[in-house]
Design a protein around this ligand. Structure first.
Ligand code: NAD
Length: 478
């Protein structure tokens, strides 16, 4: 038995305390006085609510939360999750992670999070709409939502449908507010959403890990060749985040060797076709028994299989003191929020595993949400003003070059060269730039700390420096 797994580690702290623990670890490397650090850490506003909704012939009292962790930048921003695991501590932890995440990727928002303690699978679409609209009106009544106040987004158990219900509830309760669509992001494109938002978190995960895979020194340390091509990847969760992350790795030449869902997991060292697995699950209702793959009835066992990169993209605390020692991946990319406990972090660090932290790696969603918010406030689709202008310019340049050289490009090359940016091109490019820039900011902090800390601690120092710096700029401590 691996000595690291011989004695399960007892973790006696909550999710929020775990985040605070990580914060404290990093805070010692920053220059701020204790009072400022205390203010950065605290959750500014916690709204715990109960409201009745008629379900069938019964009235159900629904438990829900919205936490605004920091107001150092406004609006606040963070997803809304529907899950039976929702509780105040979890929402506080996730809200605080949002503050650090936004700071890390230079999205000018404070952190927030919301949650409704329900199992969405138990309700019809009509019932979910009633619960969602009631939750939205509770937020409106208490001034906990608005384009300049707090802008929610999708999270675990919610998607564009729920966001459009909230946008509609807000618009109907705030008639005449021309910016009302900016009260929420992750909306369908037909209702003010931005192209590229759905896949943004998964794509951001891909860009982030690709950047790591291109750093020679780190790959040498892990004994891996450079680049995405041929890397063996396991993904937990085939929801919005996990599916898109798996898809982008698959499309770019990685080998998806394992997939885990709540019903179990599958593994095939020769690779799984992500598109075919998803079709298979749609047909049979399960990923289990996918042809050629080994089944794991306990989904978590899949995480312990042989691979280069493990991406937990479903729930928090899935890798902890009990199973971290058995993880074989050389890179763990946190797709979900908080999938590793602090004990898991310590165990994986001792094993030399590089953990790419959630607050950086899954920031693609909030980055593109920021773009959506900008689009809603400017009331114009990205690319509308400059696409044709760019295409005309490229055409003139090409015409001149062809005239000077006497050579003509092929029709396919012409199409590519003359393509002006569409909204989705600009969103992908903004996301790629954000993920690359932030990766190198974290790496620089890591190098400045003489490689004495892990990547999460380095990321926290970058975030604390940004949030603390803005408190100082605001001069709000009389
Ligand atoms: P989702 O609801 O779309 O998908 C979650 C998936 O996990 C579902 O397919 C579900 O069946 C699966 N799952 C549930 N229990 C499981 C288990 N025990 N083992 C394996 N799979 C299980 O949610 P999502 O939006 O993909 O969010 C997933 C995580 O990513 C959450 O932690 C969320 O906070 C985080 N996140 C989401 C976004 C976003 O843009 N959606 C952004 C940042 C972070």
């Amino acid at each position: 038995m691996d000595t690291l797994t011989a004695k399960p580690v007892q973790e006696h702290y909550s999710f929020f305390q775990g985040v605070e623990r990580n914060f404290d670890k990093a805070a010692q490397y920053t220059r701020f006085e204790p009072g400022i650090l205390q203010q950065i850490k605290a959750c500014n506003s916690v709204y715990s609510m109960r409201f009745p909704v008629r379900i069938g012939d019964q009235i159900e009292v629904i438990e829900a939360y919205r936490v605004q962790h920091s107001h150092h930048r406004l609006p606040c921003k963070g997803g809304i999750r529907y899950s039976m695991d929702v509780n105040q501590d979890e929402v506080m932890a996730l809200a605080s992670l949002m503050t650090y995440k936004c700071a890390l990727v230079s999205v000018p928002f404070g952190g927030a999070k919301g949650g409704i303690k329900i199992n969405p699978k138990k309700y019809s679409a009509f019932e979910l709409e009633k619960i969602t609209r009631r939750y939205a009106s509770e937020l409106i009544k208490k001034n906990f939502i608005g384009p300049g106040i707090d802008v929610p987004a999708p999270d675990y158990g919610t998607g564009s449908r729920e966001m459009s219900w909230i946008a509609d509830t807000y618009a109907s309760m705030k008639p005449g507010d021309v910016d009302s669509l900016a009260c929420i992001t992750g909306k369908p494109v037909s209702q003010g959403g931005v192209r590229g938002r759905t896949e943004a978190t998964g794509l951001g995960i891909f860009y982030g890990i690709r950047e790591l895979l291109n750093v020679q020194e780190d790959m040498d340390k892990l004994g891996l060749p450079l680049g995405v091509e041929g890397k063996k990847v396991i993904v937990q969760g085939l929801g919005n985040v996990g599916y898109h992350a798996a898809k982008f790795f698959f499309d770019n030449g990685a080998i998806i060797v394992g997939l885990a869902e709540y019903e179990g997991g599958i593994y095939n060292a020769n690779g799984l076709d992500i598109y075919k697995v998803v079709d298979f699950r749609k047909e049979t209702g399960s990923i289990l028994n996918y042809p050629g793959a080994t089944n794991f009835t306990n989904s978590k066992d899949t995480l312990e299989c042989e691979c280069d990169i493990l991406i937990p993209a479903a729930l928090e605390n899935v890798i902890n003191g009990e199973n971290a020692g058995r993880i074989k991946a050389k890179i763990v990319g946190e797709g979900a929020n908080g999938p590793l406990t602090p004990d898991a972090d310590e165990i994986l660090a001792k094993k030399g595993v590089i953990v790419v932290p959630d607050m950086y790696l899954n920031a693609g969603g909030v980055t593109v949400s920021y773009f959506e918010w900008l689009k809603n406030l400017s009331h114009v689709r990205f690319g509308r003003m400059d696409k044709r202008f760019a295409e005309n310019q490229y055409g003139s340049i090409l015409h001149t070059v062809e005239g000077l050289t006497g050579k003509r490009v092929t029709d396919i090359e012409r199409k590519q060269l003359l393509h002006g940016p569409d909204e989705v091109d600009l969103v992908y490019s903004g996301l790629e730039d954000t993920m690359i820039t932030s990766y190198h900011e974290i790496r620089e902090a890591y190098l400045n700390l003489n490689r004495s800390v892990d990547m999460r601690t380095a990321a926290f120092t970058v975030a604390i420096n940004k949030v603390g710096g803005s408190y100082e700029e605001l001069g709000i401590f009389p």
